[in-house]
Design a protein around this ligand. Structure first.
Ligand SMILES: *Cc1c(COP(=O)(O)O)cnc(C)c1O
Length: 361
């Protein structure tokens, strides 16, 4: 079914990566089939979640896992779990945190905005975010600290923290650690290996399941995360079709040859870079993901004098055209546009080259 034609929707070329306002990723037909099959059936949802837990544990190397609505929801229910444990009474009382340890420490550079400030995702649980600008250990020392929240993402600012070392420092204080690693599913085992108690991911990013928040980690804490469904987590639960889609996406990931996939992605990016470099006023280079994801992107640098427009101007020109092309525009101040090609077809990549050529002509 052509939804764009049926509902008069704009067909965009998304070179911006796993970007929520554009629909994040493209799922495979196999994932689509699992979702469609689930929609027509009943399940014992707890059993479906048990199967997801086993599959998530096998995939990530963690003890257990669960599926919630999205990664933002996963932050809120994970923070809640570190405040309430499995106490039904405490879970029912949230977001009223009276009498609970509710300080959630987060390093200043990890206060990210993924379309919502992560501080609000913390506050939604009734917790009080404590932004540590400098001495994290001093911030952890307070007796009412419920957890430490860290972020593994290219949105993180400032000097990189050694995550494993920071996890050990928190554990010395008896403080559990949550890592928001929303787009890091391709290196989930590395993040789990930091020793964090809970690791949170977006299923809909590179894993390309339906929208889903994946929580993996220690079994005892996972029980407290699942228990939130009878409290504030009610509005953040996963649908049956999302859980079925996650199971199908995990099966596909287990059968995936990462080295071969990486070679294909690199080939796409190199060919694109070679062609764009020949356009007057543009330079292009293959750049690796700054967070250690095993994928490369194409960075296009604009020489305004020759191209007769700057990087920001080029970004708007691409976005205003037909079809709109969305590139990553976080580095336009330094003259750069970045293109992520992972989900794009050859025809779409060809279209980007043609439109770049027209924009500077
Ligand atoms: C995408 C993202 C989120 C939000 O994920 P959703 O699944 O859309 O809620 C949170 N944190 C980071 C670092 C992200 O990249």
């Amino acid at each position: 079914m052509d939804l764009h034609a049926r509902y008069r929707l704009t067909k965009v070329i998304n070179a911006r990566g796993t970007f929520t306002p554009l629909g994040v990723s493209r799922s495979t037909p196999q994932v689509g089939e699992a979702v469609a099959a689930a929609l027509g059936e009943f399940f014992v949802i707890d059993e479906l979640q048990d199967r997801a837990s086993a599959a998530l544990a096998r995939w990530s190397g963690a003890e257990a896992g669960t599926v919630v609505h999205c990664a933002a929801a996963a932050i809120t229910v994970s923070v809640a779990a570190t405040m309430t444990g499995t106490s039904a009474e405490k879970i029912a009382a949230l977001p009223d945190a009276t009498g609970l340890s509710s300080r959630v420490v987060i390093p200043a550079g990890h206060v990210v905005d993924y379309g919502q400030s992560i501080l609000q995702a913390i506050r939604l649980a009734g917790a009080a975010p404590v932004v540590a600008d400098g001495d994290i250990d001093a911030a952890l020392a307070h007796p009412e600290t419920a957890s430490l929240l860290l972020v593994s993402s290219r949105l993180v600012r400032g000097p990189a923290l050694d995550l494993a070392e920071t996890v050990r420092a928190a554990h010395r204080r008896g403080v559990p650690v949550i890592i928001d690693a929303a787009a890091q599913d391709l290196r989930v085992r590395d993040v789990v290996a930091t020793g964090a108690d809970l690791v949170l991911l977006s299923g809909q990013k590179y894993l390309a399941s339906p929208t889903a928040g994946l929580v993996v980690g220690r079994a005892a804490l996972l029980a407290a995360v699942r228990a939130q469904e009878k409290g504030i987590g009610r509005a953040m639960k996963a649908s049956k079709e999302a859980i079925a889609g996650v199971l199908a996406a995990l099966e596909a990931r287990e059968g995936m040859d990462l080295a071969a996939w990486q070679a294909v992605q690199r080939g796409k990016v190199s060919a694109f870079v070679e062609r764009v470099s020949r356009l007057p006023g543009l330079r292009a280079a293959v750049v690796d993901d700054p967070t250690g994801l095993p994928l490369a992107r194409a960075q296009v640098t604009v020489a305004p004098a020759r191209a007769r427009l700057d990087a920001a101007g080029l970004a708007s020109r691409l976005q205003a055209g037909d079809p709109p092309i969305w590139a990553m525009a976080h580095d336009t101040a330094r003259g750069n546009l970045v293109f992520e090609l992972v989900p794009l077809s050859d025809a779409e990549i060809e279209m980007i080259v043609v439109r770049l050529q027209q924009a500077i002509a």
